[in-house]
Design a protein around this ligand. Sequence first.
Ligand code: GLN
Length: 247
Amino acid sequence: MNHLNNINLGEADYNELKKKYQGENLDIALNKIKEGYPVQYLIGNVNFYGNIIKVSESVLIPRYETEFLVDLIKKSINNNESLKILDIGTGSGCISISLAKIFINSQITGIDISSDAISIANKNKELNKVLNVEFVNKDLFTIDKFEDFDVIVSNPPYVSLTEDVGIETKYEPQNAIFADNNGLIFYEDIIKKVSVSPRVKHIFFEIGMNQKEEIENLCNIYLKDYNVSSYKDLAGKNRYIHIILNK
Ligand code: GLN
């Protein structure tokens, strides 16, 4: 197919794009993609863990590897349990919505500092017809502790401010990607608050590929009786952490 020759676009995405844009508008869309603009924003949704998730420039585009995090939670916790689960930095709401469908007896809360992200997450809640999830516009750093939550989940911004990232992230919300303290500020704040949160039993994190040791070190500093396990992605990098608080 001629127009796809020098453009990074798969056949399926091209077909989706053609449904949405015709004639001149299709050419404009293709030119944007040539400049590195994410095709997912043009199509307007992605598939995440079998769910349709609407996306806009206000949210990070859900990544395939984040499905592993959802799977890890699914395998680690009995899905009959009735738990309160907090998803910190929910963005599009992709993790919360997937968990809500797995843990049907549980109540999921997704928080995000961006009110635009929360309105997308709420649209995704409607689109996916899940009732056991609520989205709240809240900044993690204004919370003292996770009072009545049993499980904390987060795929926070974790790229250090000095790290070079690929062009594909240029159009995404930069505060969903970069984080202070070498990319560790969210992990440290969450772990610190868990240490004073009586109910929290599990923490699940997606992490950057060189952050495992530093996060284990933070656990050592702030937590008392716990077990930590890490998991690798398909490329063999440590990308997921599961902390169990023994109480
Ligand atoms: N939780 C969302 C996701 O995993 C957003 C993550 C983020 O913005 N850092 O896609």
